[in-house]
Design a protein around this ligand. Structure first.
Ligand SMILES: Nc1ncnc2c1ncn2[C@@H]1O[C@H](COP(=O)(O)OP(=O)(O)OP(=O)(O)O)[C@@H](O)[C@H]1O
Ligand SMILES: [Mg+2]
Length: 268
């Protein structure tokens, strides 16, 4: 389990507190959605969980399997945690690596000197799982945004992590691919008991596929728990949006009911 206790964080360049008194537990075998307004601190939190952010400017604790994360080495952390950042475009453009090589990089925490046959087999398996075999030799710089997104998820899973941190992974995906991605994620979580923290902006997608929810608003965690925490009041408070809920095939669905919709009707 990843456990966050009364955690505070600010960036070196600014005195502004970006994460304020955050406490939650990220369980294994579940998908936890991290929701919140732009600039709330979602990406910052994920980078703290992965110890990418500098721990000099923190207080409180992040425990990874009961160990304070700042006492663990990079290699130890990357054996347990895989991370897919919010934007991989710049990263991909600067690299001339093939899809196969990119996914092989995911094996790095497990490789001593040289990739073994078993590492190459793992990469092949992962590429098949994501239907990426036909792209294997292509340069990642020359893929579409959605194809690249799948390659980076494949790389994260080739790492065989216990926890997977995903920052807006469905951003570049078409509607069908978004659902395919979330479905695949759910299947992997069920099969491998991985704990997933995923930042999403689409609340219905989150309701469809996620088990637990964390809601950040302006640097504070204002709600956490199962789907019952997502109320009309909370959504109004965080996103300034008026919504209704309907039940459709045992599924809670959010209907947006905004003034903007009325304004659009007036335009017609
Ligand atoms: N490297 C940095 N140095 C200083 N401030 C930063 C840095 N990165 C982010 N911030 C600031 O921290 C705050 C939270 O940013 P963060 O990227 O965590 O937001 P977010 O919730 O992920 O937003 P979004 O939904 O837009 O991706 C913002 O005010 C942002 O300007
Ligand atoms: Mg972000």
């Amino acid at each position: 389990m990843i456990e966050v206790c009364e955690f505070n964080f600010r960036y070196q360049s600014s005195s502004k507190v970006i994460l304020q008194d955050i406490s939650f537990k990220l369980p294994k075998g579940k998908i936890t959605a991290l929701l919140g307004n732009n600039g709330a601190g979602k990406s910052t939190l994920i980078k703290c969980l992965n110890r990418i952010n500098d721990f000099k400017y923190t207080s409180g604790k992040i425990l990874l399997n009961n160990e304070p994360i700042e006492t663990l080495g990079r290699q130890e952390i990357s054996k347990l945690i895989a991370y897919v950042p919010q934007s991989n475009y710049v990263l991909a453009q600067s690299q001339q690596t093939s899809v196969f090589e990119t996914v092989l990089i995911g094996r790095r925490p497990h490789i001593q000197w040289k990739a073994r046959e078993s590492d190459l087999v793992k990469v092949e398996e992962t590429l098949s799982y994501f239907n990426l075999n036909s792209l294997s030799e292509r340069s990642i710089a020359e893929l579409s945004g959605g194809e690249r997104q799948k390659v980076f998820l494949a790389r994260a899973l080739a790492q065989e992590p216990t926890y997977l941190l995903l920052d807006e992974p469905v951003n570049n995906l078409d509607l069908n691919s978004q659902h395919e991605f979330m479905y695949l994620l759910k299947k992997i979580v069920a099969q491998q008991e991985i704990g997933v923290l995923i930042i999403l902006h689409d609340l219905n997608l989150a309701l469809n596929y996620c088990d637990e929810f964390l809601v950040l608003k302006n640097n504070e965690l204002i709600a956490s728990g199962d789907s019952n925490i997502l109320t009309r009041e909370l959504i109004m408070d965080v996103f300034n949006l008026s919504v209704d809920f309907i039940d459709y095939q045992d599924q809670k669905v959010i209907i947006f009911n905004t003034k903007k919709k009325e304004a659009l009707n007036e335009l017609r």
